[in-house]
Design a protein around this ligand. Structure first.
Ligand SMILES: Cc1ncc(COP(=O)(O)O)c(C=O)c1O
Length: 497
């Protein structure tokens, strides 16, 4: 049975019983998904949507091998990890083999948030330091400890930045403080971290950790410049802190050539702690922290046991093993490279055609399309991005818009995404951007609000979504933006592979 209720009844029940801060995609006109397979999702009417959003259903929705592994183990045993069981150790062994040698000790959790919270505890226990350096616009999870280090969240709510949190500029060479025309953006951004460390020391504070996604996802698909992480790691370790790489969104082969995104930056960069989640269980809730023996020993020396009822249970571990098998057996990393390159090529062609496209950036099947109102100022085209995702939905393609200005279209589909899917997606996008650009040329009446300088007509649903959305930031400072286009050679300058 796919449906208990009609869509209207489901909506009404959701409004009544689910907390109002739990948002749905396309809030102005939500879709009800009742089943999914591979890279496709189906609504209650049986309409098929191409899923370009879902980096959780990593190896494809409801992959039969993953389902089979869960069911088989569920029929046999599921219990907590205080009993000896082969699945957890086999999974830890296989997972460690994907990482550099020194990252060999695993702690299993149930969500990326739990993993990051534990990573902070490990870091703080290691040298007894407290402070955390995080990147601007970062999101690391929903627990209190992580809202504190997630500017993406605390800058939008009523929370104030805690004194032990230090926010470094995001290493964004397109719209950030140092751009692609800077002679050494990696050093310039790393020096900002050094400055933060020095200032913290001057105030008697001590750095426990620097935490960053290997590529910022919610922050707007940001690829740090080559060499940045190495320099930051040196400064942070010099201060007695550790480097935490958050691979919750970007791990497990999404970038194609490498299993972990941090590996794109060269073999001379190895984090001290890596956290992972989302794709790990293909939809089954499982996550993990992997660290060094030294850090694990220091954590253990506190005398406090770490116990997590569900973390690494036999079923989760069986699921995790099946996911690893599918990635390998179906060459999904190779597919991410092939299809990702093809899609990037198609999108770069679109960039030459559409003035709304300011930048295409990404690696493998993790790609961002930065929509701008003008190439000169790089003014984020926030309302236009909302318009595009709603129109794409009408065309049966699911996309989201994110980044601090919510103007970056995010593409991070299941890894079985095909070249045909890429072509279809781009054709729909082309049509929508063409229509939108014509409308921008023809339409002069502002339709959002007096304060929002939008001159584009858009569907009522996208408009109301925007008005409802408190994340539209009126404080945005256009003076920080300069001209420039992202070229292929620039992309290769951003990281070493
Ligand atoms: C980079 C990153 N870290 C951590 C998390 C938290 O993971 P979870 O939602 O599984 O708790 C998320 C969730 O979106 C994330 O994007």
């Amino acid at each position: 049975m796919c449906e208990l209720y009609s869509k209207q009844e489901t909506l009404a029940l959701r409004r009544r019983h689910i907390g109002p801060s739990c948002k749905v995609f396309f809030a102005a006109d939500p879709i009800k998904i009742v089943r999914a397979q591979r890279q496709y999702m189906f609504d209650e009417k049986g309409d098929q949507y191409l899923d370009c959003i879902n980096n959780v259903a990593h190896v494809g929705h409801c992959h039969p091998e993953v389902v089979k592994a869960a069911q088989k183990q569920m029929e046999l045993l599921n219990t907590n990890s205080r009993f000896l069981h082969d699945n957890i150790v086999e999974y830890a062994k296989r997972l460690s083999a994907t990482l550099p040698d020194r990252l060999s000790v695993c702690y299993f959790t149930n969500s990326g948030s739990e993993a990051n919270d534990l990573a902070l505890r490990l870091a703080r226990q290691f040298r007894g330091h407290q402070d955390v350096i995080t990147l601007d616009h970062a999101y690391h999870g929903h627990l209190s400890s992580l809202i504190e280090i997630s500017p993406y969240k605390f800058q939008k709510g009523k929370d104030v930045k805690k004194e032990f949190v230090h926010v470094a500029p995001a290493p964004d060479t397109y719209r950030g403080k140092y751009r692609e025309d800077h002679e050494d953006p990696a050093s310039a951004y790393a020096d900002e971290v050094k400055k933060i460390i020095d200032e913290a020391h001057n105030s008697g504070r001590k750095i426990a950790a620097f935490i960053a996604e290997s590529m910022q996802s919610c922050g707007g698909q940001i690829i740090p410049p080559a060499g940045y992480f190495q320099k930051v790691a040196e400064y942070v370790r010099g201060a007695g802190g550790v480097f935490i790489a958050d691979e919750v969104q970007v791990g497990f082969g999404r970038v194609g050539k490498h299993f972990w995104s941090f590996q794109m930056f060269g073999e001379d960069f190895v984090p001290d702690i890596v956290t992972m989640g989302k794709p790990m269980g293909n939809g089954h809730p499982m996550a993990c922290v992997v660290t060094t023996e030294e850090i694990a020993e220091a954590f253990s020396a506190s005398g406090m046991e770490y116990f997590n009822t569900y973390g690494g249970n036999p079923v989760s571990s069986a699921v995790g093993l099946a996911v690893l098998d599918v990635i390998k057996n179906e060459d999904l990393q190779g597919n991410a490279t092939r299809v990702g390159n093809y899609l990037t090529e198609l999108l770069n062609k679109q960039k030459t055609k559409h003035t709304l496209i300011g930048d295409i950036r990404g690696v493998g099947l993790f790609i961002g399309i930065d929509l701008v109102k003008d190439h000169q100022q790089r003014t984020p085209a926030t309302a236009e991005a909302q318009h595009v995702i709603y129109r794409m939905k009408e065309k049966r393609v699911l996309l989201s818009a994110d980044g601090p200005h919510r103007n970056v279209l995010k593409i991070k589909p299941p890894m079985c995404f095909t070249e045909e899917d890429a072509k279809f997606m781009v054709e729909q996008l082309d049509g929508i951007l063409t229509g939108l650009e014509e409308a921008i040329g023809a339409e002069t009446e502002p339709v959002i609000s007096k304060n929002t300088p939008i001159k584009t007509k858009m569907p009522e649903e996208a408009r109301s979504e925007l008005l409802r959305d408190s994340s539209l930031d009126p404080r945005e400072n256009p003076s920080r933006k300069r001209n420039g286009l992202c070229t292929d050679s620039l992309l290769s300058k951003r990281f070493r592979t």
